[in-house]
Design a protein around this ligand. Structure first.
Ligand code: SF4
Length: 643
């Protein structure tokens, strides 16, 4: 059987027994779930028994690279990692099964070129190891000289030096020490799994995964693909105002939508704007990307010489700099350098450090609690606190267990008490705040509807920019293939929201973005309409030779999203877990204004009751049970998921 676009195999690795097996990728499975996160969820559903502990050897780490990964399609470098993550999502300790998506410089392409669309890793090695995947085979290698000795960047460099042109997913000390919000990092470039994938890998004694391959990724119709890429280039060039200096474009949105509200916006812009970095920031891109949202920052001389961050967009430098009141770029880069190199989530860690030092300064946390350690709001203290969490020393051991344990230690519930932050829900703090940006689909999915809680980017859409005219939102919604009856429901003004219904719109955006996650495409491209909806099925067909239309792709996206929900339903999560960050309801006084949670057009102040009504609408739009928030049998039948 020919597999165009797909490598055609799934690799199963058992670290306990040091065994491997390869199974062909079932083409029906590929048609039904497309690839990447869709097939990852199906594999997780089949392999993961309910109530498995995140640190059990039976908790699989499943890597997936969709059919577009490794092709010439711009932005097609995304990999997906699925597991039961280690960060508690509920007070009783339950955590979610979820998929993290990460960009890659090489890893996704190399995994496919090594012959695998998916890699399933179970078991636990009896000593620190790394997994090497190369042309059609795998090897478990000793990581004794890496574990506890080299950070993520040094590990990646060492493995790249040893194996040449390879991709590397690695963990640092935070993952090794089972910190619940540790992450892995892909090719030094992108974070993977901030809700504790690092610790899940650490629990398996798995320091890194190396992929290297030399096989071709066959394309069904390379002429058609070339022509489609040309069309994308035209769309790209027509939007030079936005795509030309993409980091500037992002900064414009961040200024408005991610303002932590400590400084005046103009001062923040002066300090952290993309052009205000004297010679040590440069753009950093995934393989095949034309946008380059990432930044590499390296300090070459002085007190912080050698500090560097190549991971993620520089927006975190700006946001963390303001949140922690660091006026010096170099101090911020030094802190980012520590967090990224040791593999701990920069969002959660900086928020926790912010909360703890604020409450200490206010006298809520006493020296008795800190064991006599005085806390202050400066780099020295922040660095010491981050070190404590990474190494799990002293009270850092409690903080490393996540927000629920940290709340018990402080004696206050972080979800309601940390009103200066971006909001905590389902045990995770939101990467994007809602009071500055307002309740758009991005914040709705992140704070309310997503099983994953505060990290999901599944609501990414043109509404992620502020105040887009309603007609344009309508046009873009229709372009996603949303049927007429749903259009009517979405654009019937709701007196508990505004001129459109954010909950109903979010459902369709989530399903549409699910397609990209399955294909391995960066969400920036479809959500900014650099790859339009009519091109998506054409790209899939040109690469794989499988003919589909947009509706079929959308159904596959919806199927994957429903399976995601069902996986977590099986873990006991219901409507009562779909809460929202309570801090969103507290007005945030900033030097510029008062940030209040309103609808997208800033006309209606959102209340708890409004959110409950919106959640009803969301379930209704999904044909899920409104009382329980669980997919109905009718829906699972319709999507072919009942069995
Ligand atoms: S926009 Fe950013 S995340 Fe997306 S492919 Fe490009 S560099 Fe990677």
């Amino acid at each position: 059987m020919n597999y165009y676009g797909y490598a055609g195999n799934i690799l199963y690795v058992d670290l306990t027994n040091k065994t491997f097996k390869t199974e062909p990728l079932n083409q029906d499975l590929a048609k039904k779930f497309l690839g990447g996160w869709g097939i990852n969820f199906k594999l997780a559903f089949d392999l993961l028994k309910p109530d498995t502990d995140p640190f059990s050897p039976d908790n699989p780490v499943i890597l997936g690279a969709g059919p577009l990964v490794g092709t010439s399609v711009p932005g097609s470098a995304k990999i997906c990692a699925t597991a039961k993550f280690s960060l508690p999502a509920a007070a009783d300790g339950r955590s979610y099964i979820t998929s993290a998506i990460s960009g890659s410089r090489r890893f996704g392409k190399m995994m496919k070129m090594a012959g695998f669309d998916h890699v399933v890793i179970t078991g636990k090695a009896d000593r620190p190891v790394y997994l090497k995947i190369s042309d059609g085979s795998a090897e478990i290698c000793d990581a004794g000289d890496l574990w506890g000795k080299r950070d993520i960047y040094a590990t990646t460099d060492a493995l790249m030096e040893k194996y040449g042109k390879c991709g590397v997913v690695a963990i640092g000390r935070a993952g090794e020490n089972l910190c619940r919000f540790s992450m892995a990092v892909t090719d030094k470039k992108s974070t993977l799994g901030r809700a504790g994938l690092g610790a899940v890998m650490g629990s398996k004694n798995l320091k890194a995964i190396v992929a290297r391959g030399s096989k071709d990724i066959p394309i069904a119709d390379s002429t058609a693909l070339k022509n489609l890429n040309r069309l994308i280039k035209d769309q790209f060039d027509a939007r030079k105002d936005m795509t030309g200096e993409f980091n500037k474009t992002i900064w414009g949105v961040i200024l408005e939508n991610m303002n932590p509200g400590v400084w005046r916006k103009c001062d923040w812009d002066q300090l952290y704007g993309p052009n205000k970095w004297p010679g040590f920031r440069k753009d950093n891109a995934c393989n095949s990307c034309w946008l380059a949202c990432g930044s590499a920052m390296k300090i070459k001389a002085g007190k912080f010489s050698g500090a560097q961050s190549q991971t993620g967009p520089y927006l975190w430098a700006g946001v963390i700099g303001q949140k922690l009141e660091l006026f010096d770029h170099e101090e911020t880069v030094s802190l980012l350098s520590l967090m990224n190199k040791e593999g701990i989530c920069v969002v959660t860690t900086s928020s926790m450090v912010d909360w703890i030092t604020r409450r200490y300064t206010e006298g809520v946390i006493t020296n008795e609690k800190t064991g006599g350690v005085a806390l202050s709001r400066d780099l020295e203290c922040y660095t010491a606190l981050v070190e404590k969490i990474i190494s799990r020393s002293g009270f850092g051991d409690t903080l490393a267990k996540g927000w629920f344990e940290a709340s018990k230690w402080v004696g206050k519930d972080a979800e309601t008490d940390y009103v200066e932050g971006s909001g905590i829900t389902k045990g995770t703090d939101c990467i994007y705040p809602a009071r500055a940006a307002k309740l758009d689909p991005m914040r709705f999915t992140m704070g309310i509807s997503s099983p994953r809680g505060g990290h999901s980017c599944m609501g990414s859409f043109i509404t992620s920019s502020p105040l887009v005219p309603l007609d344009f939102i309508k046009m873009s919604t229709l372009a996603m293939g949303v049927p007429e009856d749903a259009m009517d429901r979405i654009f019937t003004p709701a007196d508990y929201y505004g001129p459109f219904n954010v909950a109903r719109l979010t459902r369709h955006i989530e399903d549409y973005n699910s397609i990209s996650n399955c294909l391995g495409l960066c969400l920036f491209y479809p959500s900014l309409q650099l790859i339009s909806s009519e091109l998506l099925p054409q790209l899939y067909s040109a690469v794989t030779g499988i003919q589909v239309n947009l509706q079929e792709l959308k159904t596959a996206g919806e199927r994957a999203y429903n399976l995601y929900k069902l996986l977590n339903t099986r873990e006991g999560f219901t409507r009562s877990d779909d809460s929202f960050p309570k801090a969103w309801l507290s007005p945030l006084v900033t030097p510029d204004d008062i940030q209040i949670l309103t609808d997208y057009y800033r006309m209606h102040i959102i209340t708890e009751d409004d959110i409950s009504k919106l959640l009803d609408d969301y379930y209704d739009e999904r044909s899920w049970d409104i009382t329980t928030g669980i997919p109905t049998e009718k829906k699972t039948d319709q999507l072919g998921l009942t069995d």
